[in-house]
Structures are given as structure tokens and as C-alpha cells.
Design a protein around this ligand. Sequence first.
Ligand code: LER
Ligand code: MN
Length: 262
Amino acid sequence: MQVGIRVGYASLEDFEEKVRLFQRCGVEAVELGHDALGLGLPKVQGMLHDLGLSVSAIVGSILLLSTNRAEREAGVATDLQRLKACQEIGASGLIEVPIFGANPYPDMSPIVDRWEVERDLLVAQCKRITPKAEEVGVNLLLEPLNRYETHFLNRVDQAVDIIERVGSSALKVMPDFFHMSIEEASIPDAFLLGGDHVGYVHLADSNRKQPGVGHTDFRSGFTALKEIGYDGYLVMECGFEGDLEESLRSAVEFVRSEWAAA
Ligand code: LER
Ligand code: MN
């Protein structure tokens, strides 16, 4: 298990200052979003490498279910390029949120309903990307989000349904404890259901602050992750209460001790 972090960066100087702080706090990996990629991948990866930090994953196009065909095509092209970039920098996965917000597709019942349109489109899009993911040994990660952020993939079982329809070992689900605490009946049961399909995990407490300051039971979730043989990244994606260095240091300690006790 490796502890990672995802935050935003205003500039290259800001990035450098923050990743130095992450390293001092015991973080082992950094996840890169659009803002970090915008700073220049070779530069940011070089800085991380010099500090002994790895890149856990990078963000994908987030365009796979756009209603605009040109954007969907661009989404696939971006993901194919970024999978190659993941391979080059040693990142384990490429993160895709299929769609944010409300369903933009029309209801074509009785031929096909709005959910089926999106599901079949996502399956088709994933089938265009996963051969490359398999070839480069990088996972394409589907992240379910809570209902206030998307109408579409909210739970692990829904992502598993997509994964089974696509039928690629390089397509994985990426559960996020914050979204799970809203959508799943039981966080441990959702991990057990996900099983081998779980490829990456985001951490945030019930209040979307650092693990340890809310009421989420991380230990039972970690026990389930151990039970399914998960030993990958646990990446904090959350706000930090108080002084960043102090709160991050105690969050890393908390995650490690909950993992050890699980
Ligand atoms: C959004 O709420 C989220 O959890 C991010 O990981 C999306 O990439
Ligand atoms: Mn997340």
C-alpha cells in the first residue's frame, strides 16, 4: 500500500513547494489533475522523481460521454495519449469520470432509455481505449461519484456492471470513500463486491476533510480491501483542516495506523 495525495496547484512554484511538503509528511505518490498536467508533465514528473515521489495516476479527458461527437472523439484520443504518458512516467492508472451533472440525453423509450444510452455509449468508448491500456500495462479507472455530482455512476456495483460488459482486465473501478459514504449501503460490502475490479482508491472523511477528522470508519473499509487482496494506492483527495503540514502529517499517520490495524 502506498499513500498518495491529490490537490490543486496554482503554478510550478506552488507545485514545487507543495510536493516538498508532501515528501516531508511521508506521502509517497502524487496524483496529477488537469492543473498539474497544464504545468508540463516532464517538469512536474522530474521534480517528483528528484524527491523520490511517484505519480499514482493522472486524470483522463472527462469527455467520454459528451453529447458532442467531436468531443467524444477528442476524449478517446486524449485518453490514448495519456495512457502512453502514464506508461512513460510509471503511473498506475488513468482516471475517468464518465459524466458530471444531469443526464443530457433524451429518453428514447421504448427503444432505449436515457440510462441505457449512456451505459452503451460508455461501454463502446471503453472498448476503444482498453486495448491500449492492456498494451501499456496501465489501468483505465472508472470513478463513481455521489448523486450531487453525477446522475450516472454512483456506486461500485454500477461500475462493475460496465467493467463486465467491456470485458477487459485493464478496466477497473476507483472507489472514493467520500462518495461511498453517501451512496453505498456498506463501504466494506462495496469493496468486497468490487473484488479484483478495484484498481485505485480515493480517501476523504465524511466531511471531505482529511481522514481521521470525520465519522467514516476507515478501518472496516481497509479490512475489506485487504480481504480482496488490494495493496495499491490510497490517495487523499480532500480539504485539510488547519495548518497543511501538521494536518497532512497526522492524516498520513492515521491512514497508516488504520491500515496496519485492519
Ligand atoms: C470528484 O468529486 C472526485 O471525487 C474526483 O476524484 C473526480 O476526479
Ligand atoms: Mn475522488
